[in-house]
Design a protein around this ligand. Structure first.
Ligand SMILES: Nc1ncnc2c1ncn2[C@@H]1O[C@H](COP(=O)(O)OP(=O)(O)OP(=O)(O)O)[C@@H](O)[C@H]1O
Length: 799
């Protein structure tokens, strides 16, 4: 819309500025005249006389836009609503799903702003609020297509988009399409945003926008809007609540409901049927259905995001042979848009979705709508089923899966003029891939966890359902349901256990009261029949009676309404506690017959108790997200080489026990041996070393140069031996003694200086041999006495 406007101004212009700010007077006058003419025609509109859009007093731009998109003949709701809307009346529009309500409010918006010659400077002139992002996007696209010749700027303001980007452009928007949350955010935070000039407010899916989920947000938005405006409310299941209308300051709105007298509230060519099945059969039936409708476009509704995610993940792994998609609130916005567009585009595809996709979305050519879980109420059924058989000649089929106790909803559907037939499933055609699912879950831990979450969330959703006539969580065979999801052990559902426990308590107590009444009656009877009975007997009866207990009926429990927009049941204990408090109420006046005497627990008693109960002290117990005790993570863990870790660990521990004493003994023995060796070495060292620490004979100084004592002393062999021994002994004496002895005649036996040289590390081999040789040579020529004298003089000369 915006771009075309700019082009028109630029076309063939020499002076662009002049043309932009000074439009041609002639054209303006023509436009004024046309507007006046159109406005004069509004009062004359008779909806029954309208055959085509041309019969409405609409601007040429709008008519051209409609024609270009093949909108020639208006639908019933368009015929009736557009006339009133052009006249400026507030409207409550109710018409079947897919009957064209979007154009019924978009055309009046375009015409209203056109007639008021709305410009960008005038700000927001029309505001459309939609409960979901996808629906807002769809409305925006339709407006762009139909109003492309108009000069208004259109803004789509939805969550999950760039807030900064939106913020800067807010003051330039003429028609704003938004979701409640993001709109309020701009109202609160963006100084550029203003709605003071608002002409038309539209609530699409008005009943949803005004219900509990959006109550606070919507009230805050409405407070920020000028009261002087036109308000249009549209929905297939319209609100008529006086309270709602008062909130929007609607005093006498025109109620437009072309199908009110119709035989059915659902589209004419929508064939609807339902089946009764057990909870564990659902997955198998759905799988078989998809396998039998591979060439069709199927939309499957489920109660919670987790169920959608699990079914999608599981079926993707099972590969049915058709494209699969999943749409739910917790997905990223970009992904949501991509999935929405993909489902619109494709023709053989299955989309699993929550009620996020149940309202307003105009997916083209959907063949089947499967409601896998019973809808919250009749309105939800209508919106879900209405995703098929849309438009003027749209055809489609709907299938509702119900548990036996949920069949009561059928009566309600029929009372609201919904034609629905019971059909049976041929059990021979149902192929439940049970074994495959179990194998997949054992192989994929993440899939198993998703299954567990799906299981718990489904039970929670049933538990929180408002209509207790239809929904009863206690009737669900949880074991069978878990198995059908591939879970061999059903996850613990804490809230359910608590609820069931409290429920049985209440039943017990009410049974006790009943018993009490019976006894009371017996007493009364006995009193009348045997008035002469003794007082003591009556006292005995009284002793047998329990104290009267006051009970509050269980249906006093307040159950909060669900927000299915982005349904995520939180594990809200507070919520559960409030219910429990009511259930607990009877305990208030209960007599305290047994008073427990509290004993202080001694350490010994605690230990005894621990031993008796076989409690493992200091052991860690891990819990899963679902409050289940986690099995030892490594218990069934196998190493890369196929070793069973837990078993191997056990074996190693046993072997370790056996090996420890052996190892200790070995270590001791080694230590002993080491010590022994050290000792002997020390002993040997002491024995081998001389007084200077040098080693004995083997590497000691060569004394061969000394004269042969045998030759010197002749026959005194035995004495020589003892002398050598003395000599040894002498070597152990101190230096002072040596000095004393040096003065003595036998000083030549102790070559102390040589030993000192050696002790300083000077090699002796280099010195000794030549000297020895010389002395040997001499000795052979000299007499013994001469040799002895030379030796002594040599020693004396040495420094
Ligand atoms: N005058 C018309 N001629 C032909 N097709 C039309 C006409 N008006 C609307 N349609 C088509 O009918 C389909 C349904 O229209 P729309 O989405 O407005 O229905 P709705 O009443 O808003 O449905 P729901 O209640 O589900 O929101 C769309 O594909 C739309 O293009």
């Amino acid at each position: 819309m915006k771009e075309r406007n700019d082009k028109r101004y630029k076309k063939g212009s020499k002076n662009k500025k002049f043309q932009v700010y000074k439009p041609r007077k002639k054209k303006s006058a023509e436009e004024d005249a046309a507007i006046q003419y159109l406005q004069a025609q509004y009062v004359k509109i008779v909806s029954d006389d309208v055959k085509t859009f041309k019969d409405f007093p609409l601007s040429q731009k709008t008519l051209k836009g409609l024609k270009e998109n093949n909108y020639i003949v208006p639908t019933e709701i368009q015929k009736q609503a557009i006339g009133y809307a052009l006249q400026g009346k507030d409207i409550l529009g109710a018409a079947k799903t897919g009957s064209g309500k979007t154009l019924a409010f978009l055309i009046p918006i375009l015409e209203n702003l056109f007639c008021k010659k709305w410009t960008r400077l005038d700000g927001v002139g029309a505001l459309v609020i939609s409960p979901t992002r996808e629906l807002a996007y769809q409305i925006y696209e339709t407006l762009r297509k139909v109003g492309f010749l108009h000069d208004f700027s259109v803004g789509l303001i939805i969550g999950g988009q760039n807030l900064k980007f939106e913020r800067k452009r807010m003051d330039q928007i003429n028609i704003l399409i938004s979701t409640p949350g993001r709109l309020l955010q701009h109202m609160d935070e963006n100084p550029l945003f203003s709605c003071h000039n608002l002409q038309i407010l539209v609530l699409d899916e008005a009943d949803r926008c005004l219900d509990m989920g959006f109550e606070a947000t919507m009230n805050a938005i409405i407070e920020n809007l000028p009261p002087e405006r036109q308000t249009l409310l549209f929905s297939a299941t319209q609100t008529k609540s006086v309270k709602d209308l008062a909130r929007l300051s609607l005093s006498f709105p025109t109620y437009v409901a072309p199908h009110e007298q119709a035989e059915t509230v659902t589209p004419e060519f929508l064939q609807q049927s339902y089946i009764i099945c057990e909870i564990h059969e659902k997955i198998g039936i759905l799988w078989s259905f998809i396998k039998n409708h591979l060439k069709q476009k199927v939309l499957v509704f489920m109660a919670t995001c987790k169920q959608v995610k699990y079914t999608y993940d599981l079926f993707c792994k099972l590969r049915p042979g058709v494209s699969l998609l999943a749409l739910y609130g917790t997905l990223h916005q970009e992904k949501r848009e991509k999935i929405y567009n993909e489902f619109c585009r494709k023709s053989n595809v299955v989309l699993f979705a929550t009620d996020l996709a149940s309202r307003g979305l105009d997916f083209p050519r959907v063949n089947w709508v499967i409601q896998m879980d019973c809808p919250e109420d009749v309105d939800t059924y209508i919106h879900r089923a209405g995703r098929t058989a849309r438009g003027v000649f749209g055809k489609g089929e709907g299938l509702l899966m119900l548990l036996p106790n949920e069949e009561k909803i059928i009566e309600k559907l029929r009372n609201k003029k919904i034609p629905i037939n019971k059909i049976a499933v041929d059990p021979s055609k149902v192929i439940a891939p049970q074994k495959k699912i179990e194998v997949l879950l054992s192989d994929h831990m993440d899939l198993k966890q998703t299954a567990q979450r799906a299981f718990v969330n489904y039970l929670k959703s049933v538990f929180l359902m408002k209509d207790k006539e239809i929904f009863d969580v206690k009737l669900i065979d949880t074991d069978a349901y878990a198995r059908s999801l591939g879970l061999l052990v059903p996850p613990t559902v804490k809230f359910l256990q608590k609820y069931q426990k409290k429920d049985t308590n209440v039943k017990k107590e009410s049974a006790e009261i009943d018993g009490h009444n019976v006894i009371e009656k017996l007493i009364e009877k006995s009193e009348t029949e045997e008035s002469d009975q003794s007082a003591s007997k009556e006292e005995d009866y009284e002793k047998l009676l329990p104290e009267p207990i006051k009970t509050e009926p269980q249906n006093n429990i307040e159950i909060p309404k669900l927000d299915y927009q982005n349904f995520e049941v939180s594990d809200n204990d507070e919520l559960l506690h409030t219910k429990e408090a009511n259930v607990d109420a009877p305990l208030k006046d209960e007599p305290q017959t047994k008073k427990k005497i509290s004993k202080s627990l001694t350490k010994a008693a605690a230990v005894k108790m621990i031993l008796k109960k076989k409690i493992k002290v200091n052991s860690t117990v891990k819990f899963t997200e679902l409050d289940e005790v986690m099995e030892d993570e490594q218990k069934d863990f196998k190493s890369d080489f196929g070793l069973h870790i837990a078993k191997t660990k056990d074996i190693l521990q046993k072997e370790d026990k056996r090996d420890k004493p052996c190892f200790k003994e070995k270590a001791k023995a080694m230590q002993k041996e080491k010590k022994r060796k050290l000792k002997t070495k020390k002993k040997r060292d002491v024995g081998d070393k001389d007084d200077f620490g040098s080693l004995s004979e083997s590497d000691g100084p060569d004394l061969s140069w000394l004269p042969d004592p045998d030759k010197v002393y002749g026959s005194k062999g035995s004495d020589n031996e003892s002398l050598s021994g003395d000599n040894n002994r002498d070597s152990m004496q101190s230096d002072d003694q040596q000095c004393e002895e040096s003065e003595d005649e036998q000083v030549y036996h102790r070559p102390s200086k040589r030993k000192l040289i050696e002790s300083r590390g000077i090699p002796q081999e280099g010195l000794v041999p030549c000297k020895v040789k010389k002395i040997e040579d001499l000795s052979s020529k000299l007499s013994v006495h001469e040799a002895e004298m030379i030796a002594i003089s040599l020693l004396k000369k040495k420094p």
